[in-house]
Design a protein around this ligand. Structure first.
Ligand code: HBI
Ligand code: FE
Length: 298
């Protein structure tokens, strides 16, 4: 394996353990979870389940309802895969944490979602850099029950392999970040969450929708490809799609001419609002401004 590199989760993948299998999968080891680990799952599950009605999009709620996911125990990936396979042809496979980009994309391109088999510790309930079983299963798997998202994420895997060869993976990764991880969707009754990074976060599921600080901007592919993102804190801007079908359309676009067109153009910063933006909500920026301001002695 080549040297580890930074990933969107902000950590280096695979710099400690060498994989036993070339695709980095492991057994989930479901029987090895301790009661304390199932209890962490339960705490996380119950508090997100309270927060998400009226905040998560209809497709997320629907997907969750039809999956063998509950409060009492960490889900068994084989049981999840059985249901998913029937719906959308996806499986959930266990990995020890972040895996190298090509390995990740190869799984997605084959409709296998790599999920961390470990769960965060009780003192890390709200913040964790590496995707664990709660983020991966609670956040991502319900959306994989939706045919549009199922096809879109597969296309991302295929596009990722191409983008890596073209040396433009950073541009494509931004699209994934601002859709699959941190996307918002406009529904009849308002803005809703579909991104897994938001849906699995207690604080961001409220911040992204209700805090006056962040911008909510209509999704535009080229705009998003040029926009940096934050890995260490809430997003300064969220991009809003009008329907999941809009993502499926993205999957049919040839990105190569787009990469060529934006090559050499400057990046946008996470909090920028541009004249051409379709602004849904203009944020105050207060949350991040306060953090950037020099600390004043108390
Ligand atoms: N590995 N397990 C895991 N989960 C991810 O979300 C992930 C990864 N490796 C690479 C990666 N994501 C990203 O850097 C790419 O989407 C660009
Ligand atoms: Fe994720």
């Amino acid at each position: 394996m080549e040297a580890a590199e930074a990933t969107k989760h902000g950590l280096a993948a695979g710099d400690t353990v060498a994989p036993e299998r070339p695709d980095w999968t492991i057994d989930q080891g479901w029987k090895n979870y301790t009661p304390a680990e199932h209890a962490v799952w339960k705490t996380l599950f119950e508090r997100q389940t309270r927060l998400l009605p009226g905040r998560a999009c209809d497709e997320f709620v629907e997907g969750m309802k039809n999956l063998p996911i509950g409060a009492e125990q960490i889900p068994d990936f084989l049981e999840l895969s059985e249901v998913l396979m029937q719906r959308t042809g996806w499986q959930v496979v266990a990995v020890p944490g972040l895996v190298p980009d090509e390995v990740f994309f190869e799984h997605l391109a084959n409709r296998r979602f790599p999920a961390g088999n470990f769960i965060r510790k009780p003192h890390e309930l709200d913040y964790l850099e590496e995707p664990d079983v709660f983020h991966d299963v609670f956040g991502h798997v319900p959306m994989l029950m939706n045919p549009a998202i199922a096809d879109y994420i597969q296309a991302y895997g295929e596009g990722g392999l191409r983008a890596k060869k073209l040396g433009v993976l950073d541009k494509l990764a931004r699209v994934y970040w601002y859709t699959v991880e941190f996307g918002l969707i406009q529904q009849k009754d308002g803005l809703r969450i579909y991104g897994a990074g938001i849906a699995s976060s207690r604080t961001e599921s409220v911040f992204s929708l209700e805090d006056p600080s962040p911008n909510r901007i209509g999704f535009d592919l080229e705009r998003v490809m040029r926009t940096n993102y934050r890995i260490d804190d809430f997003q300064e801007s969220y991009f809003v799609i009008d329907s999941l079908a809009q993502l499926l359309e993205l999957a049919t676009i040839d990105f190569a001419p787009l990469y060529a067109r934006i090559a050499g153009k400057p990046d946008y910063q996470p909090g920028d609002v541009l004249p051409a933006d379709r602004v849904v909500v203009r944020g105050t920026g207060r949350y991040h401004d306060a953090k950037r301001a020099p600390a004043i002695a108390a």
